[in-house]
Design a protein around this ligand. Structure first.
Ligand SMILES: [Zn+2]
Ligand SMILES: [Zn+2]
Ligand SMILES: [Zn+2]
Length: 313
């Protein structure tokens, strides 16, 4: 049903999850598979997975039973509890031998291809290290240490692109953002994953993420579509550059230490909007050449977003 193929020209794996063609597409509220089952109605379900054991995992995390809520409107205790759910899934999936990278993400809005409106996120357990985290690992090597640590220090010194900060977490529009309102939410201290965070840091992470998503909604006074991606340390026991182990080889459980090394917990947001109505669609230059062209400087969009976060309810 599901198959991996290696694309030589792109040096990347492509996942064929063919059964996904049959899945529910934007069902009405009465047919929402993520709402609780109502008395007298058919049982609700969970959408079909992209990966299945023994080669990876695919999970759905339903944020709430309220069909019309969003991550930003969750009660703060529920948002904080979600951080603990992510942490637990990272630990359990990361300990599995067939999973090399635990990827937590959310797609919000039809603009980014959402097929179910009910507030939810997803977790993929990739049976390989995907290209984006692999690039971040290479950035560590290029910069001679943890890249997110170094980049965060630069942003704090400059200050123009920082949109939000609290004791443990900083949100900024990257110096070379690809999307007009791209934001990275980064732990101040070097934390390889959710497992290395204190309870207080997890709480402050949820506060930062909610402040940002409420600010996004306030920016154009409309629900703001985005892709949210949680980046943390890979869970394969071998370094990302090493060849795969012989099958059946033993491996230690996921590391919980906070030492320097590939991976520094941060959450990236890629919103496709340029204005309230205009979409930034990755087209010729972005898809065919791999070069993003933006019509707004990150310093400018950061100033607008900073104000929106301050005025958000
Ligand atoms: Zn629903
Ligand atoms: Zn770091
Ligand atoms: Zn990242």
């Amino acid at each position: 049903m599901s198959e991996l193929r290696f694309n030589e020209l792109r040096d990347e794996q492509v996942v064929y999850a063919v059964h996904r063609q049959d899945r529910t597409f934007l069902p009405s509220r009465d047919h929402c598979p993520l709402c609780p089952t109502r008395p007298g109605s058919p049982e609700t379900e969970i959408p079909l997975p992209a990966f299945e054991a023994p080669r990876g995992a695919s999970e759905v995390v339903v944020y709430t039973d309220d069909h019309d809520a969003s991550f930003g409107t969750l009660a703060s205790e529920r948002a904080e509890a979600l951080m603990w759910v992510w942490r637990q899934r990272y630990e359990e999936l990361g300990a599995r031998e067939d999973i090399e990278y635990v990827f937590i993400f959310e797609n919000r809005g039809v603009e980014v291809g959402v097929t179910l409106h009910h507030p939810h996120g997803q977790i993929y357990g990739f049976p390989f290290l995907p290209p984006v985290p692999a690039l971040e690992h290479r950035a560590d090597a290029r910069m001679g240490g943890c890249a997110p640590c170094a980049l965060l220090q630069r942003e704090l010194v400059d200050g123009r692109r920082v949109v939000y900060e609290n004791d443990d977490v900083v949100a900024h529009v990257p110096y070379a953002a690809r999307w007009p309102y791209e934001v990275h939410v980064t732990m101040r201290e070097h934390r390889r994953s959710l497992l290395a965070c204190s309870p207080g840091e997890l709480r402050m992470l949820s506060v930062a993420l909610q402040s940002l998503t409420r600010g996004y909604d306030a920016l154009f006074e409309r629900p703001f579509p985005y892709v949210m991606a949680v980046h943390q340390a890979p869970t394969a026991s071998r370094p990302p550059d090493a060849p795969p182990p012989a099958s059946g080889a033993a491996r230690p459980a996921v590391r919980t230490d906070g030492d320097a090394g590939s991976g520094h917990l941060h959450v990236e947001f890629y919103p496709p909007l340029r204005t309230a109505e205009k979409l930034k669609y990755p087209a010729g230059s972005e898809q065919g050449a791999g070069t993003f062209i933006s019509d707004v400087f990150p310093e400018h969009s950061a100033a607008l977003l900073r104000e929106a976060i301050l005025r958000a309810p």
